[in-house]
Design a protein around this ligand. Structure first.
Ligand SMILES: [Zn+2]
Length: 288
């Protein structure tokens, strides 16, 4: 959660804050080791995905006028400096005790353009991501799309080229059935890619399991093997491959040292581009 903010004494221009925004959303966790997934896998190295906002006591909402728009914001105490933070919950201002409201509003106005852009980004992203599954719904699969066909049956599903046919029992949970279909597809595809890259890099093929973590793309442990987030199946194969190679490389280097990255590069020479693409595309995935 660090990262997505302007800091009052910083010398960052909006451009660098923009970059940090995307980066911070994925990597800015202060204590990843204490993450839910991390606790299960102490020796594991993990790729962060995104973190859902924690529950918090409702804060007092204030308003400020930015151009022709009224923007609400909440405040929270900060130790030293004032900063702005925007996420699914909207604009929040961290400020030290005793800063007059007028100064807070000036601060927001100075970054008004950034604030409005980010708020708009978040609101469109949330709309896109919350999906009500229905017949004809299109869902991302392997960088392309499949269309849902919903019939009736015995809680089964069938994959066709660009079609996923769901045959739920009456009153069945369509979301759960869809997830099951995607998870099955994920397992099938990930297995193949792990075999391919393990062989290519001279690794013993590790055990594979799927995770549904909201915070990680993958993790690796010498004891339990590789866990991959099934939601990766929405993304194109080259991004899945990057995560596979990343986790495989952890079997040799349980860290993110230069040696680790050179192991990754042996399997996936353009890992840097893929890593960047993964960060961006990960933010747009539907939440099934
Ligand atoms: Zn890693």
């Amino acid at each position: 959660m660090n990262g997505r903010r302007f800091q009052r004494r910083g010398h960052k221009d909006p451009g660098s804050a923009e970059k940090k925004h995307v980066f911070g959303f994925l990597n800015g966790f202060p204590t990843p080791a204490l993450d839910e997934a991390g606790l299960l896998m102490t020796a594991a190295e993990q790729l962060p995905l995104f973190r859902l906002p924690p529950a918090e006591a409702p804060a007092k909402t204030r308003h400020v006028q930015l151009g022709s728009r009224i923007v609400s914001y909440t405040t929270r105490p900060a130790q030293r400096r004032m900063s702005l933070n925007i996420d699914e919950r909207g604009l929040r201002v961290s400020l030290p005790r005793g800063v007059p409201l007028r100064e807070v509003e000036d601060f927001i106005r100075r970054h008004g353009e950034w604030v409005l852009t980010k708020l708009d980004e978040y609101s469109s992203r949330e709309v896109r991501r919350q999906i009500m599954l229905h017949d004809g719904q299109r869902l991302p699969l392997l960088g392309g799309e499949v269309t849902l066909r919903i019939g009736q049956g015995n809680n089964r599903f069938r994959w066709f080229d660009t079609l996923l046919e769901l045959l739920p029992r009456p009153h069945a949970d369509i979301d759960a059935l869809t997830r099951r279909a995607f998870q099955g597809k994920a397992m099938e595809v990930f297995e193949k890619r792990i075999h391919l890259f393990a062989e290519q890099g001279g690794y013993d093929v590790p055990a594979l399991s799927l995770s549904a973590a909201r915070t990680r793309w993958g993790s690796c442990s010498r004891e339990t093997g590789i866990r991959l987030n099934w939601r990766l199946i929405h993304l194109s194969l080259d991004l899945i491959d990057y995560v596979v190679c990343h986790e495989l490389a952890h079997l040799r280097q349980m860290n993110h040292s230069a040696r680790f990255w050179s192991e990754v590069a042996k399997l996936c020479p353009d890992w840097q581009e893929k890593r960047q693409a993964l960060k961006q595309q990960g933010l747009t995935l539907p939440i099934l």
